[in-house]
Design a protein around this ligand. Structure first.
Ligand SMILES: Cc1cc2nc3c(=O)[nH]c(=O)nc-3n(C[C@H](O)[C@H](O)[C@H](O)COP(=O)(O)OP(=O)(O)OC[C@H]3O[C@@H](n4cnc5c(N)ncnc54)[C@H](O)[C@@H]3O)c2cc1C
Length: 408
């Protein structure tokens, strides 16, 4: 029996886990039971938390002002990795645990993941030395990562031109997922376990009472024992609604992601270099991004007001896609023949110090916050730990360095 079938069978037989068997066992979590939860945000982070809560028998409603993967999660480069250089060890461990959790999740929900590792290289001696020093740091932390020369790169990635005789960092554990497809799979899994979703539903207020919490939207009012805020770049708005201030995350920065139609396999690894990054999904589509941000012109500033995820015209989208594909095809010639499936603009939800913010909000314990960049990498482990904290009433120590308290 496949794992997913087994889970379905146990759930159908009423064997799904019940909530809070160990509530307050450690004496440092919340003191109320959570049988009913609302998740604000159907990006990959909210979807993962909703899935894990529903799977454990909690009654969960997801609310989103647009729909699943409509914002950052649908417009992400989606490199899943624990190979950032110079990270605090707790962050390195969290990312590593999430990669492990991805293997379990892929099995549970039949999510295709391309596990080919990553190559990162730059076009100056100084940057090459920086990357090499970074690799030494993450080796100490336990990462399966090392420097490879151009000949070794040619073996790993035969279709790649490094544009010079450079050394690259190779991180063998990294992978690539379809961020929108994974988000939808999580929402489907949540629904399979009895969860529901209402979208569009724009949240305008969140009010905590002594015994419950109320969420007001443009389509009605909803009550629950607890609200999870996984609103991506909307985190500051919701933080403002609960009196937490409105600067949990930095002003969002945009990134353009071009998705090609499926192509024959061109790439084994996620590739990241000076002016371009690209990776090929399991189904053959290639995601391509660029390093440059939008030029600070008056026209750009006007167009980018309101954080749009799409271009105002098809011509403008095609122009940007052409430039991004041209740059990438200098490294992988066959990309010059790519047909464009979509061009999206993603906005990065980046907490003030760059690290995730996760957990119950002090003084508003019926609100649980989950806000982060690298949310595609982190979603599986955040879903897992959030479900433990919410349903079991405990504090999970791997999240200790990522609490909202550090900003208060
Ligand atoms: C260009 C780009 C490249 C990236 N590359 C990577 C990468 O390689 N690897 C990686 O791990 N991460 C990467 N990231 C970051 C990653 O994509 C995000 O951290 C992640 O998608 C955040 O997920 P989320 O669920 O928190 O937010 P989102 O996906 O933005 O979801 C938040 C949801 O909340 C909803 N919402 C907001 N406000 C309200 C409201 N008031 N009422 C109702 N609903 C609301 C929105 O509609 C949205 O659907 C990248 C991001 C970008 C933009």
């Amino acid at each position: 029996m496949k794992r997913r079938t087994f889970i379905q069978a146990t759930a159908a037989a009423g064997l799904a886990a019940t909530t809070a068997p160990y509530r307050m066992a450690l004496g440092e979590g919340t003191s109320f039971s959570v049988d009913k939860a609302i998740v604000i945000g159907a990006g990959i982070v909210g979807a993962s938390i909703a899935y894990k809560l529903s799977k454990r028998g909690c009654e969960v409603l997801v609310l989103d002002k647009i729909g699943p993967a409509a914002q950052a999660s649908g417009n992400s480069f989606a490199w899943i990795n624990a190979s950032y250089f110079d990270m605090p060890d707790s962050y390195f461990q969290l990312r590593t645990q999430s990669l492990n959790e991805y293997h379990r999740l892929a099995d549970d929900l039949e999510i295709p993941i391309h596990w080919g590792g990553s190559l990162e290289w730059y076009h100056s001696t100084e940057q090459e030395q920086e990357v090499s020093a970074g690799i030494q740091l993450i080796q100490v932390q336990g990462a399966p990562a090392w420097m490879v020369d151009a000949a070794q790169v040619a073996e790993i990635e035969p279709g790649l031109d490094l544009m010079g005789n450079w050394k690259a960092a190779f991180c063998s554990r990294d992978g690539a997922v379809d961020p929108a497809g994974t988000t939808r799979a999580l929402i489907d899994g949540h629904a399979w376990h009895g969860g529901s979703i209402i979208a569009p539903a724009n949240v305008s207020s969140v009010d905590e009472g002594p015994d419950s919490i109320t969420v007001t939207t443009d389509v009605g009012e909803f009550n629950a024992d607890l609200v999870v805020v996984a609103a991506g770049v909307g985190a500051n708005d919701i933080a403002g609604m609960i009196g937490l201030g409105t600067d949990l995350i930095r002003p969002a920065t945009p990134g353009i992601i071009v998705t090609t139609c499926p192509m024959d396999r061109l790439l084994n690894t996620v590739c990241y270099t000076t002016d371009s990054h690209f990776q090929q999904l399991s189904d053959g589509r290639v995601l391509i991004g660029e390093k440059a941000g939008a030029p600070q012109t008056e026209q750009h500033n006007l167009l980018l007001t309101g954080l749009p995820n799409a271009y105002p015209t098809a011509e403008l989208a095609a122009d940007h896609a052409e430039r991004i594909i041209d740059t990438a095809s200098r490294y992988v010639n066959s990309l010059a023949n790519a047909e464009v499936e979509s061009v999206g603009v993603g906005w990065r939800p980046l907490p003030l110090d760059g690290l995730p913010t996760v957990g119950h909000v002090p003084d508003t314990p019926r609100v649980y916050l989950a806000s982060m960049h690298s949310g595609v990498t982190l979603a599986p482990i955040i879903g897992h730990f959030a479900a433990m904290e919410i349903l079991d009433g405990v504090r999970v120590s791997p999240l200790d360095d990522f609490r909202v308290e550090r900003f208060l």
